[in-house]
Design a protein around this ligand. Structure first.
Ligand code: IMP
Length: 191
């Protein structure tokens, strides 16, 4: 398995073991709250796939993972403020209890847009399980039912989360210290 580089610009914020332990706890809570019918699991790709697969393994019934693509980020690390949803055609949500699986809730716009969409489609309920949340970044007030970890306002990577497609495979959640990387690059090019 890939290991997280033990040098800048990476700083491990949450180890894979911590994440897996917390995911077990979340799965237990989700199961305890579940109604009679099977949950409709909707994973926000790409970033939440790793977290979603872990949860899927821990929930009974091997529920299918339905995918939705939500893009509010272009290239880089600043939210554009718009959320574009791309959904599969056969997503059966009418009367169902939908559980949105997200890697990280930042401004809250993505989850707010998804909630509105699925409630509009007739879902019985829409809840959210997110591995990470940055409460200080919230623009849209939200209630998040299942939160793995609250983290400060820092850009993170790994455990499925990427920066322009890079670093998704890192096993841990790491803070990506861009200023450190830029300083390194400047020093390297000055040599
Ligand atoms: P929101 O709509 O602002 O809540 O944005 C949520 C989405 O932004 C997440 O699904 C991620 O794709 C992305 N995002 C926000 N913060 C980070 C981060 O620190 N690392 C990687 N992706 C992030």
């Amino acid at each position: 398995m890939t290991t997280t580089p033990a040098h800048p610009p990476f700083r491990v914020l949450l180890s894979r073991d911590q994440i897996l332990r917390r995911t077990h706890e979340l799965a237990r809570q989700i199961q305890a709250d579940a109604g009679d019918g099977p949950l409709c699991l909707v994973v926000v790709i790409e970033g939440a796939r790793t977290f979603a697969r872990q949860l899927q393994k821990l929930l009974p019934g091997h529920l299918p993972l339905h995918e939705v693509r939500a893009s509010s980020y272009g290239s880089g690390t600043v939210s554009s403020g718009r959320v574009q949803l791309t959904l599969g055609k056969d997503l059966p949500v009418r009367g169902r209890d939908v559980l949105l699986l997200e890697d990280i809730v930042d401004t809250g716009r993505t989850i707010a847009a998804l909630r509105e969409h699925f409630l509009g489609e007739g879902a019985h309920s829409v809840r959210t399980a997110t591995l990470l949340s940055k409460p200080s970044r919230r623009v849209v007030p939200l209630e998040l039912e299942y939160v793995g970890f609250e983290i400060p306002d820092e850009f993170v990577l790994g455990f499925g989360m990427d920066l322009d497609g890079r670093y998704r495979e890192l096993p841990d959640v790491v803070v990506y210290e861009q200023d450190v990387e830029r300083t390194f690059q400047r020093q390297a090019s000055a040599r």
